[in-house]
Design a binder for this molecule. Structure first.
Ligand code: CUA
Length: 343
């Protein structure tokens, strides 16, 4: 009995701590992957719909729960009670408890159906178009209007709808940026579409949301929303194809790294625009130095983390398909210098 009472106390304490956290938008904003802190119109509409259902469910819970508690206490049996009057059926009650749920379901169904149609296509206009391809365990991010690709970090301008086509190179993944939009499955041999828009500049965290193998939990990504001028400057720098040329010119070590990259195994799997590296097995690395993370969002993009990754990818990311290629520490340092200069 004491144990039961303690458990109930613990549950009530847990709820009293959790509820204010869940209900306060401010606390939710501190959580980078919270659907309760929407940062764009799509996520906001989805949260509004969630709230309609939540409040209706809470209302039912309070009414039914109170009636139940009242009946249990008020009409509880005492020793020696006679058998209460037995009844069968009550047409008025039957009609009532059929009609009320129908009305409540309509309250949920009408906005759900309306929103499903509203969100099916982005508002017409000068939208940004991006093609995302899921791989075990990273994301290719292509800009078909500009003819280039990047990986694991999607740069977008603020205040502009982004139309996304989702495809898979292998198994089923799911593309999810909780603060911008709900998840959409990424399915082989099929192109799914979605759109979102970011209101404010910033970094929005994403995550594969469908179990896809060993490093499913490490299949992360970032959406980086930029002011329109910054976005245009990024597009222009990518279109110029001068990033690699500038990287080679930046230092002797980077130039040596470039040589190793082009003549070694790296170029067989990776593309760097403006060079002879045109592999398509692994992520495009053209603007690698400007990325804030590496290994699909697992680590900060620092020289130390990059060196550890190049030396033994599988040691830092279980199941990673990139092989470990034996090379000297000096060669690793040169590759790191070249890759970090790609910005
Ligand atoms: Cu891709 Cu889970």
């Amino acid at each position: 009995m004491d144990r039961c009472r303690n458990s109930i106390k613990r549950i009530i304490h847990g709820l009293s701590v959790l509820t204010p956290v869940l209900l306060s938008g401010h606390a939710a904003a501190a959580l980078p992957q919270s659907t309760l802190a929407p940062a764009g119109p799509v996520a906001r509409m989805q949260l509004d719909l969630f709230n309609i259902t939540l409040y209706i469910a809470l209302f039912i819970f309070v009414i039914v729960g109170s009636a139940l508690a009242y009946a249990v206490i008020r009409f509880r049996g005492k020793p020696g009670d006679a058998i209460p009057p037995q009844t069968h059926g009550n047409a008025r009650l039957e009609i009532l408890w059929t009609a009320v749920p129908v009305i409540l379901l309509l309250f949920m169904a009408v906005p759900t159906v309306r929103m499903t149609f509203e969100l099916a296509a982005a508002p017409a206009g000068d939208n940004v178009k991006v093609r995302v391809v899921g791989y075990q365990w990273w994301w290719a991010v292509e800009y078909p209007e500009h003819g280039f690709a990047t990986a694991n970090e999607m740069r977008i301008p603020v205040g502009v709808p982004v139309e996304i086509t989702l495809e898979s190179a292998d198994v089923i993944h799911s593309f999810w940026v909780p603060r911008l939009a709900g998840k959409v499955d990424v399915i082989p041999n099929r192109a799914n579409t979605m759109w979102f828009q970011a209101d404010e500049p910033g970094v929005y965290y994403g995550q594969c949301a469908e179990y896809c193998g060993t490093s499913h939990a490490n299949m992360r990504f970032r959406v980086i929303a930029l002011e329109p001028e910054e976005y245009d400057a990024w597009i222009a720098s990518r279109e110029s194809e001068q990033i690699a040329v500038q990287a080679v010119a930046s230092s002797d070590l980077a130039a040596r790294g470039h040589e190793l990259f082009m003549n070694g195994a790296c170029a067989a799997c990776h593309t760097i625009d403006g060079t002879t590296a045109t592999g398509t097995v692994g992520p495009d690395l053209t603007d690698f130095g400007s990325r804030i993370s590496l290994a699909a969002g697992m680590f900060d993009n620092t020289p130390e983390n990059l060196a550890a990754w190049i030396k033994d990818p599988r040691a830092v990311k279980p199941g990673a398909l990139m092989p470990s290629i034996p090379m000297s520490d000096a060669d690793v340092d040169a590759l790191v210098a070249f890759l970090q200069a790609l910005k």
